[in-house]
Design a protein around this ligand. Structure first.
Ligand code: SAM
Length: 280
């Protein structure tokens, strides 16, 4: 912590809340995150939001290469200082949301692990972009707000289960691997955090049209409190009989809600809805 404060002072920097700048300083915590990422000397790592480079440095000691993205160009001299000895690190000063995943993957050049203490204001968009577009991603090990962590790792029929949980289960699986109290950050945020590990299973569903499945997921959670049959009627402009027939074909109870369906159920449902569509 003293080091970080001294570094910020030296470079006359104040941290920006708008960029989600809550930095980690606890070395043993940084090592625990790296350990949970299970990365080794052959791994390429993508880090999003390098901040003052503490996690970047811990990662670089363990892996073959780290490519980091950082939006805040004021951190250039800090990262240059902190990472002077770490020759396997390349920092790109850009907004990760403005670079295509394809472009990021070109820079990484190999299969990779995403490790990050994510800026909280864009946690979900970052996760969804990589889930939907990444070709070479092996897993994500990401620090997020504790409440979000439990949503990401939730199981169907649990209160935290939502559209993003289904999004993860379509591509792999998630588990909460570490809880991190707010006092571990500088400055401390208003909430506690947790590290989530999302493993990607390349061929979890084969031959699936993910755009169609996502539309069905969006429909099912469009009104969380309503039964799926009602959401299907509203979103797809179906009669009750047609909506019920879809559920019957998918072997689902007529009273089911979006939060009760597994990723496999959504795949089946999309198959039925969109086949029906092309037959109409
Ligand atoms: N990795 C550092 C650590 O653990 O101490 C910093 C983590 S801090 C929670 C999030 C970092 O993401 C900040 O440095 C912030 O400037 C950066 N950031 C915010 N929005 C970003 C974006 N759109 N693209 C890239 N970096 C971003």
């Amino acid at each position: 912590m003293e080091n970080l404060k001294a570094t910020l002072l030296k470079h006359n920097l104040t941290l920006k809340k708008a960029f989600g700048q809550n930095f980690l300083t606890d070395l043993s915590l940084l090592d625990q995150i790296v350990e949970k990422a299970e990365v080794g000397e052959n791994d390429v790592v993508l880090e999003i939001g390098c901040g003052a480079g503490a996690l970047t440095k811990s990662l670089s000691k363990k892996v073959k290469k780290v490519v980091g993205y950082e939006i805040d160009t004021r951190l250039k001299p800090v990262l240059k200082d902190v990472l002077e000895q770490n020759k396997n690190v390349e920092i790109v000063f850009n907004d990760i949301m403005k670079v295509s995943v394809q472009e990021v993957e070109k820079k990484l050049g190999d299969e990779y692990v995403l490790v990050a203490n994510l800026p909280y204001y864009i946690t979900t968009p970052i996760i969804m972009r990589f889930l939907e577009n990444a070709k070479n991603l092996k897993r994500m090990v990401i620090m997020v707000q504790e409440e979000v962590a439990y949503r990401l790792a939730s199981k169907h029929s649990c209160a935290d289960y939502g559209a993003i949980t289904v999004g993860i289960n379509l591509k792999g699986s998630a588990e909460v691997v570490l809880k991190v109290g707010r006092e571990k950050f500088t400055p401390p945020p208003n909430v506690d955090s947790a590290v989530v590990r999302i493993d990607i299973e390349k061929d979890k569903f084969v031959g699936v049209d993910y755009d169609n499945v996502r539309q069905v997921v969006k429909c099912a959670f469009s009104n969380r409190r309503k039964m799926l049959v009602n959401n299907l009627m509203n979103v797809y402009k179906l009669s009750r009989a047609d909506a019920e027939n879809i559920l019957i074909s998918a072997n689902l109870p007529l009273t089911i809600r979006g939060e009760n369906l597994t990723a496999q159920d959504y795949v089946n449902l999309a198959d039925i809805i969109y086949k029906k569509d092309t037959n109409d």
